[in-house]
Design a protein around this ligand. Structure first.
Ligand code: FRU
Length: 506
């Protein structure tokens, strides 16, 4: 009897340890770079976000995952869910590699009209469309190792069945033929697949997600071509009553600050062809650490994007021994027109502002020289959102520092009209020669003052300047939390309003 009681007692202790803040603190010591707010896998490797789908009040996030190592390997689709886009719960792995190959990136849709015929007992089929990548075939030179396949779920994403007729879109002989993003095009009552094929995008259409027909190609002579095109997305945003189509094309390497990055085109799409508005090259995020981002499907007029917060330059080397990589904060995309050009704006989703947290304000503060704001901001507690609206578009910088002599500097340079994130002395960087650097981004808008919104977590900062017109995402590995924030303006500038909002995490 005593033995049984002791075992029950032991079990209660273990259960309590797993959920109590004390346990969280212990794991923070063991995993000092584990983000508090951003999604990370419990263990193992993660890259691209996949199959994002909103269904019955739940946001699904699948991801490229190798559970057996922290280095990229045989790809599975890991799975996480959230009801508010901020707090994620990791679920079991949903797609495993099979005889057709690894499960590469792709998307998922709710087939509410049952075009696929997968429905049973009135259950709406959720359908995932992904690339099967056969490693062994890659070496034979036939260029048929990447093919598109589908899987479906009849229990709201809990379990998935691969379609017996896979692959549904066979590779006609392209070395790179992957990352299908599928969306319903209501006008022609067809699914449109946007596919990355080396140096171009191919559009396919299908009435049933199983039979695909090629419609057109885009991009050989457009955009940036410093590397291979990957993970595309196509969607429309209504701007001042006009439907504007946005084509997102991820690219590796060839990003403005090196390695992998995300370019986009705005234009028209008629169900067959994408016609760009202009030849201007546009980047969704100028920081080094936002890649492979695509949007959730089934979110109506809202366009919500999440990216992989790393870069192929060093993703396999970052100093997180038990897991690798985090996702960005989900961002709401909109458009802004400047002159004749449309630009994407991105801002953290509104849901983030509904999470509880304490707030401190700074108003009408004139900064001349360097001013330590740590106390005014009420001390630093991760994670938090920091905002500053400045009276003038003059040189300005913010320094986040700790007592280890590490500092992350973020700011604006009037001469070059650019924003920058300097992580050259931000913390550990010896794992890769390409990590410590100053990254820059052009300022696109011309307002008199500047506006900065920064989301800061244990190992990342996301900058949204000019209300999201320029964004930069950067990871860092500070050996102690940055517990000091100072601002600097040599000429003098006024913080009209600003403050720090601590975000509570579960
Ligand atoms: C992008 C990418 C995709 C591919 C996946 C493989 O980061 O290279 O093109 O599907 O990663 O993990």
């Amino acid at each position: 009897m005593h033995k049984v009681l002791f075992l029950v007692f032991l079990w209660v202790c273990i259960a309590a340890c797993n959920t109590s803040p004390a346990y969280k603190q212990a794991s923070a010591l063991e995993e000092p770079f584990r983000p508090l707010l951003h999604f990370t896998p419990d263990s193992g490797w993660m890259n691209d976000p996949n199959g994002m789908l909103y269904h019955k009040g739940v946001y699904h996030l699948f991801f490229q995952h190798y559970p057996d190592s922290t280095i990229w390997g045989p790809m599975h689709w890991g799975h996480a869910t959230s009801t508010n886009l901020v707090h994620w719960k990791q679920q079991s792995i949903k797609l495993f590699p099979d005889s057709l190959g690894y499960i590469y990136s792709g998307s998922a849709v709710s087939d509410s009209l049952n075009t696929s015929g997968f429905a049973k007992d009135g259950k709406t089929p959720l359908v995932a469309i992904f690339t099967h990548h056969k490693m062994e075939k890659e070496k034979d030179g036939a260029n048929t190792h990447e093919n598109q396949s589908i899987a479906y779920s009849l229990n709201d994403g809990a379990t998935w069945t691969k379609y017996a007729g896979n692959p549904v879109l066979k590779n006609p002989g392209h070395r790179d033929f992957r990352d299908p993003k599928v969306a319903w095009y209501a006008e022609s009552k067809k699914w449109i697949m946007t596919l990355a094929v080396g140096d171009r995008i191919m559009f396919y259409s299908s009435p049933n997600l199983k039979d695909w027909q090629k419609e057109s190609e885009f991009g050989v002579k457009a955009g940036e071509h410093g590397g291979v095109w990957e993970c595309p997305d196509l969607f429309s945003i209504t701007h001042n009553g006009k439907e504007v189509w946005v084509l997102i094309v991820n690219l590796n390497p060839g990003a403005p600050n090196g390695g992998s990055g995300t370019q986009y085109f705005t234009g028209d799409f008629d169900g067959k062809n994408f016609t760009p508005h202009s030849t201007q090259i546009k980047w969704m995020d100028y920081g080094p650490d936002n890649y492979a981002g695509i949007t959730w499907s089934n979110t109506g007029d809202r366009k919500i994007l999440i990216g992989w917060m790393s870069n192929w330059l060093y993703a396999n080397k970052v100093p997180t021994p038990t897991w690798r990589s985090a996702m960005t904060i989900p961002r709401e995309l909109n458009l802004q027109k400047i002159g004749r050009e449309y630009y994407l704006t991105s801002l953290p989703v509104q849901e983030l502002l509904h999470i509880e947290g304490s707030e401190t304000k700074v108003e009408n503060l004139t900064v001349k020289g360097t001013v330590d704001l740590t106390e005014k901001l009420g001390g630093i507690n991760l994670p938090y959102m920091l905002k500053f609206d400045l009276a003038q578009a003059e040189d300005f910088s913010l320094t986040f520092s700790n007592n280890k002599g590490e500092a992350l500097v973020i700011g604006y340079e009037k001469g070059a009209n650019q924003y920058f994130i300097d992580r050259s002395k931000a913390g550990l960087s010896d794992f890769s020669q390409q990590f410590a650097a100053i990254h820059t981004a052009p300022r696109l808008g011309g307002a008199d003052g500047l506006s900065f919104t920064l989301l800061v977590d244990v190992a990342s900062v996301e900058l949204f300047a000019d209300k999201g017109l320029t964004s930069m995402t950067s990871i860092f590995f500070a050996q102690h939390v940055y517990d000091k924030i100072s601002v600097r303006s040599d000429k003098g500038n006024t913080i009209l309003k600003g403050g720090l909002r601590k975000i509570d995490v579960k």
